[in-house]
Design a protein around this ligand. Structure first.
Ligand code: GLY
Ligand code: MN
Ligand code: MN
Length: 455
């Protein structure tokens, strides 16, 4: 299908903005209900970060800020004042500036913030000190997430000034500060229909990238060439990388967060690729492990099939009503039994599980929440209890076995086998949907996909 160009593209963008605006408005209404008419919520945008000298990192809006506003410029502050007559949703933004815009790009300005981003009212950020304290007075609670070094001081300064003036002016300044991030993060844990669609697209792109990397692999290539294939597939789909890809061949497959990506791929080794993209602010996160020459050795295949069985058991345990840890428990059981079958652990399975013997080869947990952040927000426990799964929650399922060379008592044929299989799943009413199923995880299907690489 051809991409829309010219006026069609403008119309498509306008439609997208309108649909997006209603989604952001829905989220603000939900937050407004939680904040209540005696509260006020204040949220600053992400700062611009420098990489080196005067070179900036690509700007990435703060996830909470984007979630609530869809406004992606720096130097902005969003304020929600539920029930306020004149304007409930206020944006402070950079003013228009033709010279700066010539150098650094377009700005919405206060007018654009109202017209295109659905703010009830908007002001230049330079006027914030005069306007924002007035919005806070007579509100009981301030919903704000501490942790922004400069902005924290400003919020505390406004509060102190209001308290100082209150007796004289007969006003009632806020008495309580509430953690806004906690409220927003619980909202973000449940993905809406719009979010589910974006996550499916992010997963589709990341799966296509894994297949592309798989087909490109052969002995003699470098790990960075594999990473380049992933990035190419992301870029041509208007996505970026969600985190630095992990492309670890041979011994490097046993380093969980391997970063160098600079080694040459050797015949007979495995290659572990853990990579995901960010599409319209939503992350995917996939791991596959394939043989550099296209064929698993019997020892590699034996370990692979244990990890795959563990992942399938974990996915089967990912359904509404089950709690967060049940997928991990299912994976631990299959991996422990598999390691014992392979002779890598000795003893009775229940005792090996109880003693955590599997941790020697499986040292991480089976998954994490996934969303706007790759390790997404949301509590894993409610009080002392593991969280019960509900439709709309999205997580990864990613068991692994890692056998670096040099472990005493481990036969040489298992040396430097590091295998992880990671998919993204969404809890549904019936069970769960695997978002990343476009990329095969069965060993035979992977070999078949690789066999097509030269044809
Ligand atoms: N790539 C990091 C993770 O899988 O959690
Ligand atoms: Mn991953
Ligand atoms: Mn992950």
């Amino acid at each position: 299908m051809k991409r829309a160009t010219g006026s069609a593209a403008v119309a498509a963008r306008a439609a997208q903005l309108k649909a997006g605006n209603s989604e952001y408005a829905r989220r603000r209404r939900q937050l407004a209900r939680l904040v209540g008419r005696d509260g006020i919520a204040i949220l600053p945008s992400a700062p611009v970060r420098h990489r080196n000298s005067d070179v900036e990192h690509p700007y990435r809006q703060d996830s909470d800020f984007h979630y609530l506003t869809g406004f992606d410029e720096p130097e902005a502050v969003a304020v929600l004042v539920p029930g306020r007559d004149v304007a409930e949703y206020i944006l402070f933004v950079r003013d228009r500036d033709p010279l700066r815009e010539t150098w650094d790009g377009r700005r919405a300005g206060p007018t654009g913030a109202v017209e295109r981003h659905a703010a009830d009212d908007a002001f230049p950020i330079s006027d914030m000190d005069e306007i924002l304290p007035g919005l806070m007075e007579n509100r009981e609670r301030v919903y704000y997430a501490m942790g922004h070094p400069e902005f924290d001081q400003r919020v505390l300064g406004w509060l102190a000034a209001l308290r100082g003036q209150a007796p004289r002016l007969g006003k009632h300044p806020p008495q309580e500060m509430v953690a806004l991030d906690h409220v927003l993060h619980d909202m973000r844990l449940y993905k809406s229909r719009v979010e589910a669609g974006l996550m499916r697209e992010s997963a589709r792109i990341a799966a296509a990238a894994q297949l592309r990397a798989m087909r490109f692999t052969e002995p003699g290539r470098y790990e960075f060439e594999i990473a380049a294939e992933l990035m190419h597939e992301y870029g041509r789909n208007n996505a970026t990388t969600a985190y630095q890809p992990i492309c670890g061949g041979g011994a490097n497959s046993c380093i969980l967060h391997y970063r160098e990506n600079d080694a040459r791929l050797a015949d007979g080794d495995l290659l572990l690729v853990d990579a995901g993209c960010e599409y319209q602010y939503y992350a995917s996160d996939i791991t596959r492990t394939w043989p550099v020459n296209g064929h698993y050795t019997p020892a590699q295949r034996a370990v692979y099939d244990v990890v795959l069985a563990a992942q399938q058991a974990a996915i089967a345990a990912t359904k509404p009503g089950n709690h967060w840890n049940q997928a991990h428990e299912a994976a631990v059981e299959v991996i422990t039994r598999g390691l014992q079958d392979l002779g890598l652990l000795k003893g009775r399975v229940p005792k090996l599980i109880k003693d955590g013997a599997y941790r020697k080869f499986f040292m991480h947990r089976t998954g994490h929440w996934l969303g706007m952040d790759v390790h997404d927000v949301g509590d894993y426990k409610v009080g002392e209890e593991w969280r019960v799964l509900e439709p709309g929650m999205v997580m990864t399922v990613e068991p692994g076995i890692y056998i670096p060379a040099g472990i005493r008592g481990v036969p040489k044929r298992f040396a430097n086998i590091g295998i992880r299989i990671e998919d993204d799943v969404m809890v549904t009413a019936q069970g769960c949907e695997v978002l990343t199923s476009d990329v095969p995880s069965d060993a035979a299907a992977i070999e078949a996909a690789m066999a097509r690489r030269k044809g």
